[in-house]
Design a protein around this ligand. Sequence first.
Ligand code: CMC
Length: 449
Amino acid sequence: MTTPASTGTGTLDVRDSRTGTQYQLPITDGTIRANDLLQIKAGADDPGLRSYDPAFLNTASCRSAITFIDGDKGILRYRGYPIEQLAEKSTFLEVAYLLRHGELPTQAQYDELVYHVTYHTYVHENIRKFLEGFRYDAHPMSMLCSSVAALSAFYPDAHHVHDEEQRNISWIRLIAKLPTMAAFAYRHVKGLPIIYPDNALTYTENFLSMIARMSEPRYEPNPVFTRALEVLFILHADHEQNCSTNAVRAVGSSHVDPFTAVAAGIAALFGPLHGGANEAVLYMIKEIGHPKNVKAFVEEVKSGKGEKKLMGFGHRVYKSYDPRAKIVKKLADEVFAQVGMDKDLEIALELERTALEDEYFIKRKLYPNVDFYTGLIYRSMAFPTDFFTVLFAVARTAGWLAQWEEMLLDKEQKIARPRQIYTGYDERPYEPRINERFPRFGSKDSLRR
Ligand code: CMC
């Protein structure tokens, strides 16, 4: 949540019209404390006033020093550093370190980081066997999610989440092993032999090697692809309190181990409204088929009353151009210069142009988000469509872990436990006559279908 200095501190004077009582609620950092509402009661047996905020539209769930977003101005910073500068000058591992520790590493710290991450790229052979148990058509996100959850069984000491040493080694293991497991999932689905990590390569080079290497004795990474992947990893590394980060924080708040908490993040990321959007963009472009069909498609989206969306457009926080989308669009030009123009780029450009000029999208401040062009880049690098979200998950692991640890060390945090407004039945007696019960869930036949 953006809290410019002008929102500052002060008090909110409220009068409860039910009782006529006047209250003063302190304002800090542009927020009031939800618990301060509890003193506002309509009567002696009233538990106190609560706020109702489905989907957290206007509720800050934590204080965080990791990522800053100004959605109106299109600003994204990790630990104060603008995303544009990090994307241009940094490496993914440097950014992962920055997200966790709050500062960029010195040369000695960076060398140590690279050493440890490289050392831990291998996974237990049983993880490979575990992945081999999936069918040929398994979605790689399902495979990644369950195998990351399975890692907690391989490292039982990771549940000592208050032990800093355990947190350190779990962080290294997750950052190091995610690309390996993602690549194993890819090779399994393709029916290709597993390629083990090559520790002479950099983080992204090694990932590309495990994905693409065939019989050559030494894998020669394409430098344009390596840099493109590095930049995309940096852009996806964190994005403050999004759906999957909230899932990691909420699951982690029970003090479960970080492997299980990150698996929850992967599960949340899988959905088409979140990380799955990059995959959905390509399916949408395929459905459109030709630039001449764009207008009709946009009209269909507009008349669908929210049922059909323009995938890769819109964002809960950005109400102007997503700064990541700008970088991705430039990156796409560099990759296409290397591999040739993507045949669907024309459709994407026409779609963007049409939407940005359309009153419906202008009024709702719907701009392309990071996922709009990433799919086209990934495809031109020969990644299959259902693998796009896996690439997102590998990168976002850095952010999830930084946010998980921040939550764990935050003295104000407790187990996540939202309230509800109960809308169900009042108390009623059990109905023992089975034929008198209301057939709420349909007939046996409908259950079998
Ligand atoms: N296409 C058409 N209409 C849209 C779109 C879209 N992509 N996004 C929002 N709207 C409409 C929506 O129907 C609503 O209209 P109305 O006011 O008439 O009811 C209005 O814009 C406000 O939308 P909202 O659903 O209240 O916005 P939200 O903040 O709840 O949802 C979103 C944000 C990203 C889920 C949504 O914009 C969306 O579904 N976009 C498509 C999926 C997508 O690209 N997701 C990737 C997000 S970026 C990466 C990430 O975070 O993973």
